[in-house]
Ligand binder design. Structure first.
Ligand code: GAL
Length: 398
């Protein structure tokens, strides 16, 4: 089962290396220093002695090395003045700075112009094209969070430089799986007055039925919500399933509802197939993993940089149905996700049922000083638990 969690190309390369007796590390799980502690919330120095600057990020295993990608944060602003940084490691505790994988640009009006908002980057490897594909949340410079776009970039090497492809809204003009013309007509017929007020039972029901998916084009002349333009996409992650298909998971519909959208075989676009998860649930910061035949997703509520209580969902298929579970966190400040917010769940390569919950402790007044939470996931009656540990080592998984 573990092998299934490793991306296809990595498995092939690992096997080839094993067969050829290659001496280069073929499996990042050959952790060279498993007893080095992971201390969440503390300063994590890289090989230069500088605190790792890769926030809202994710980790990819490729050819025996882990690559950590994240937002470079400046000292006084959360806007992107550098881009997406990359660090590499053989053991998940010693990190080498690999530089800027995707750089913001100085051209005025460019989608990723310096000073834009570029958040929650994640990279996946596409064995079909042999390219590394980066997805992120993008807000155009000077427009706050109004644009709610995805961004996508590609590279021939894990450390980049990545080439920016485009940004946009998701699945323009398309309705989620299972939504029929009849459903659309019924939602369009909901009297606008009856749903003017949010959080009423009528409003909940309308959101559940797709009010914001359908209505958008009509309700807003400012173009913020425009069905032909596509669905909003903010906090996000990407996930490659055991069959090699990839999915983009993001907060949509004004952060009210998560969407899970299938990606094309080259991982750089959406196929048009998507589902909605927990309508009006206000979930963001999605992090997803699979154990056996169960998909698990940990999210946060929507309180900006301030921490809140983590949520957890499971499903027998990526398409759902998704069922909500209690907060998986345990220990001091568990009701505030230990003062952090989920960003990724990292399967430790080569180890059975070994997953690391990754979260960010944001410092909005001093963004570069934001800290990381990495905690092992344990299972109680097959349900994930994330327990606080001041210090733990990777031999926890042995
Ligand atoms: C959070 C989100 C972060 C960032 C922040 C801005 O809710 O998870 O990625 O967008 O809001 O306030």
């Amino acid at each position: 089962m573990r092998a299934n969690l490793i991306i296809g190309a990595y498995t092939i390369v690992a096997l080839l290396a094993a067969c050829s007796g290659a001496s280069t590390p073929s499996n990042p799980s050959n952790l060279s220093n498993p007893s080095k502690p992971i201390a969440s919330g503390e300063i994590w120095p890289d090989d230069r002695g500088e605190h790792i600057n890769a926030h809202g990020g994710g980790v990819m295993a490729y050819e025996g090395t882990y690559y950590w990608y994240g937002e470079h944060k400046a000292d006084t602003t959360s806007s992107a003045y550098v881009g997406v940084t990359c660090y590499s490691s053989l053991n998940l505790t010693d990190w080498k700075y690999e530089g800027v994988a995707l750089s913001v640009v100085d051209e005025p009006g460019h989608d990723i112009e310096r000073g834009c908002v570029l958040e929650r980057p994640k990279v996946i490897y596409c064995p079909t094209t042999k390219k590394f594909v980066m997805w992120f949340h993008l807000e155009l410079k000077g427009q706050g969070y109004a644009q709610a776009r995805y961004g996508v970039a590609v590279s021939d090497t894990p450390t980049g430089p990545f080439t920016f492809l485009r940004s946009g809204r998701v699945n323009p003009g398309l309705y989620p799986l299972g939504m029929t013309e009849k459903d659309v007509a019924a939602v369009e017929a909901i009297p606008a007055k009856s749903v003017e007020k949010w959080w009423t039972p009528t409003w909940y029901d309308a959101i559940d039925r797709g009010l914001f998916v359908v209505r958008d084009a009509k309700a807003h002349s400012d173009g913020r919500h425009d069905l032909p333009a596509g669905q909003m996409a903010r906090d996000q992650t990407v996930y490659v399933d055991t069959d090699g298909r990839a999915y983009h998971i993001f907060a949509s519909e004004d952060n009210l509802t998560l969407h899970i959208a299938e990606l094309t075989p080259d991982f750089t676009a959406h196929t048009g197939r998507y589902v909605r998860v927990a309508p009006a649930g206000h979930n963001e910061a999605p992090a997803l993993f699979r154990r056996g035949n169960t998909y698990w997703m940990i999210t946060s509520g929507c309180t900006g940089w301030a921490p809140n209580e983590a949520r957890m969902f499971s499903a027998p298929s990526i398409w759902g149905p998704w069922t909500q579970h209690p907060n998986p966190c345990r220990g001091p400040k568990a009701e505030l996700t230990f003062m952090g917010q989920s960003t990724y769940i990292l399967p430790v390569a080569g180890k059975e049922d070994a997953f690391i919950f990754m979260a960010d402790i944001w410092r909005p007044r001093h963004p570069s000083d934001a800290r990381y939470i990495w905690l092992p996931i344990t299972f109680e009656n097959d349900v994930p638990v994330v327990e606080w540990r001041d210090r733990w080592t990777l031999d926890f998984f042995d």
